[in-house]
Design a protein around this ligand. Structure first.
Ligand code: IVH
Length: 674
């Protein structure tokens, strides 16, 4: 064949294979057999091998690339990946509908204009895909919503993810980010686990964990061998193309580009049709080839979405309506108590093992003393267990009709089961705590928290390892982690030289932690990830953090009295200060995040009006919130800045009337520059 011919054939095969992929995954309408697909793929492989001059990175033959040299890079999301509020039943979904209507009607929108989209809530792993000039350039995990891990080589192996955006007409968008969920096929899951067990490996607990484990493989050829699929549900940053005015049309466009969308995707108006869709999806759930745990309901119009805006981490215009929890009955064999990181004493139900939604449950939380009392739970009772997604299984009720008189009441301990110190239960609180700061159980839990993924992320230092190390006297406080040596570790039971070295390496790596994660990892009461980020942005450095006073803490937006006193108590504790100083001395070197801009936006209230060139209004608002600013939908004298784009509305007039500072797009970019 002449060279020109070959080039033409290669090009033809690539287009053809991409199109069949799209038909298979996005449309679920394959027109050729798998065998025919493979035949064409092999023809392409052969031609490319014979003619390397026509190679292309985004050829369908190139899904499996090389291993990244070292672990996954942490990359900031251009638009944060937020979460959704949950509705647990029809009542809560109705409440969402009522609230949304109230809000929009106040804004002058009539009830008839309100339309929702309904799609599956996929129970997999959230990722963000970035295409530049139509080619896939990056795949990130959701991570903490602000920073994700770069798993590009792994997402490339997922055949439902296009390597190249579809569309023959016109230039591809300069930038297009597609968000969605990677799922493991359910049917393949059992086979896959069976083969793991046969190979002496630990099976995965559920398809979601299997998907997550697959995406976090360092060797993409392993990911490629796993039965993964992908569904898209939202756009991230988009440049060089205008998205339609509604989520429904936007998702149809996503499908045009080649992305699979929820097979349940539809529009509904009114509460009854919404509830009907929820019921229908719930009935179909079991027959789907992948796991879903509810539906996601979104306001269809982007304009109305913008008016509804966001709460701290979730949009007001959407809700995840979870399917009814999976429940089973079993016997309550005993009640143990557990001591948490903050000393909280939690009762745990020890159960006769029972399968709930495919997972064997033998322990469940009983929450606290009052709950046991209120539900009149006794040892020996038959109880109802509920499990839902990630949430720890819980005992929800007692079947009193099954009692035979042999059941025993449980007497809640008044002293810590581990160190024996008298517990304290402050007035009005449901939780008893062990007040002893040296309680070994607390120390152990604090270490586990410190090393966990969203804190210092020390791989290999999980609960079992921590317990082993504490038991051997090798860990006493947080800073003692950094005194461990490979020799000490290698001498432990079932610990080889290789695992010892890996753990030491992971510990070493954790020294370069980001400041918010370190603050979160310290395990201060009331300081979750979000608050840790707020504190880190405010302080900029760990030294500054240690100098915070109660009064100053109260000045920080979003920090309430409880948190302020928890943080100042922590900072006033001699022992804690010594530990923190020791961490720093041993080389923990927290990196500040976006410190420069944070000073500008911390606690400032913004209103965005009109059309911006460089980003959508929604993106601008997310940017503000990611820098600890606040977004409001109306201008008042408490507004600090009104950001004005093209064709601003009455909010601009109002800003001028009230004398609020007005920023044009350029000025806005200046103060949000990272
Ligand atoms: S929309 C701003 N749609 O649920 C909100 N999320 O709690 C953007 N998820 O981690 C999310 N299915 O990965 C959206 N159809 C769907 C979804 C979905 C699953 C996940 C998402 C996120 C979590 C939110």
């Amino acid at each position: 064949m002449p060279k020109k011919e070959i080039e033409r054939r290669i090009d033809e095969l690539r287009r053809d294979l991409n199109e069949h992929n799209y038909r298979y995954y996005a449309l679920s309408q394959p027109v050729i057999s798998d065998a025919e697909y493979d035949r064409r793929l092999r023809e392409l492989e052969k031609l490319e091998a014979e003619h390397p001059e026509f190679a292309s990175d985004n050829s369908p033959t190139r899904r499996v690339g090389a291993k990244p040299a070292e672990g996954f890079k942490s990359v900031q999301h251009s638009v944060p990946m937020l979460s959704l509020n949950n509705a647990m039943d029809e009542d809560e979904l109705s409440e969402f509908d009522a609230q949304t209507r109230r809000f929009l009607i106040k804004e002058g929108i009539s009830s008839e204009e309100i339309e929702y989209t309904v799609e599956h809530k996929f129970d997999g792993v959230a990722i963000s895909l970035r295409y530049e000039g139509g080619a896939l350039v990056q795949g990130l995990t959701r991570g903490d919503g602000f920073f994700g891990e770069d798993i590009t080589s792994n997402v490339r192996t997922v055949r439902a993810i296009p390597l190249q955006l579809r569309g023959d007409s016109g230039a591809p968008p300069a930038v297009l980010e597609m968000r969605g969920e990677v799922l493991f096929f359910r049917e393949e899951f059992d086979k896959f686990n069976a083969s793991r067990i046969a190979a002496g490996e630990e099976p995965f607990a559920n398809p979601r964990n299997a998907a997550s484990g697959s995406l976090r493989q360092l060797d993409p050829s392993i990911t490629a061998a796993r039965p993964l699929t992908f569904f898209s549900y939202a756009f991230g940053a988009v440049q060089g193309v205008k998205l339609p005015a509604s989520h429904y049309e936007a998702m149809l466009l996503a499908r045009e580009y080649g992305f699979p969308i929820s097979p349940f995707f539809r529009k509904v108006r009114g509460l009854e049709p919404l509830l009907a869709a929820y019921r229908e999806a719930s009935e179909q759930r079991a027959s789907l080839p992948f796991e879903v745990d509810g539906i996601v309901v979104k306001i269809n119009s982007f304009d109305l979405q913008e008016r509804l805006g966001f709460r701290q981490r979730s949009p007001r215009w959407a809700i995840a309506a979870k399917f009814t929890a999976q429940e089973e009955n079993t016997k309550l064999l005993d009640i143990h108590v557990q001591v948490g990181r903050t000393g909280a004493i939690t009762p745990v139900a020890i159960l006769a093992p029972v399968k709930v939604g495919g997972v064997t449950v033998s322990r469940a939380t009983l929450h606290n003393e009052d709950e046991i009392e209120r539900k009149d739970i006794r040892i020996g009772d038959t109880v109802v267990i509920r499990r839902q997604g990630d949430v720890i299984p819980a005992v929800v009720a007692v079947i009193k009709g099954q009692r035979d008189g042999s059941e025993r009441k449980f007497s809640f301990p008044r002293s810590c089961p581990v160190c024996g110190t008298h517990t304290i239960r402050p007035e009005g609180e449901a939780v008893s705590r062990c007040p002893n700061p040296r309680c070994p159980a607390k120390i152990e839990q604090r270490l586990v928290h410190f090393a966990s993924r969203n804190a210092l992320d020390i791989e290999g230092l999980g609960p079992k390892m921590v317990s082993l190390l504490v038991g051997h006297g090798l860990l006493r406080d947080l800073s003692s982690i950094y005194d461990l040596s490979a020799e000490q570790l290698a001498a432990l039971p079932r610990m080889g030289e290789l695992s010892a070295n890996n753990l030491i390496e992971a510990i070493e790596k954790s020294k370069e932690v980001e400041l918010p994660k370190l603050i979160f990892g310290l395990g201060i009461r009331h300081v979750g990830e979000r608050t840790a980020r707020v504190l880190a942005l405010y302080c900029g450095s760990i030294e500054r953090f240690t100098s915070l006073t109660y009064d100053e803490l109260l000045e920080i937006q979003e920090i309430g009295e409880e948190t302020a006193s928890a943080v100042s108590d922590y900072l006033a504790d001699e022992e804690e200060r010594r530990t923190l100083a020791a961490l720093l001395k041993k080389g923990v070197h927290p990196k500040p995040v976006k410190q420069a801009a944070s000073g500008e936006l911390e606690g400032k209230t913004f209103v965005v009006t009109g059309t911006l060139d460089s980003m959508s209004r929604k993106e601008a608002e997310q940017l503000i919130e990611s820098l600890a600013g606040r977004v409001s939908s109306s201008v008042s004298k408490n507004t600090d800045y009104v950001v004005v784009g093209k064709d601003p509305g009455s909010k601009y007039q109002k800003a001028l009337q009230l004398g609020v500072t007005v920023l044009d797009e350029e000025q806005f970019q200046e103060i949000t520059k990272k």
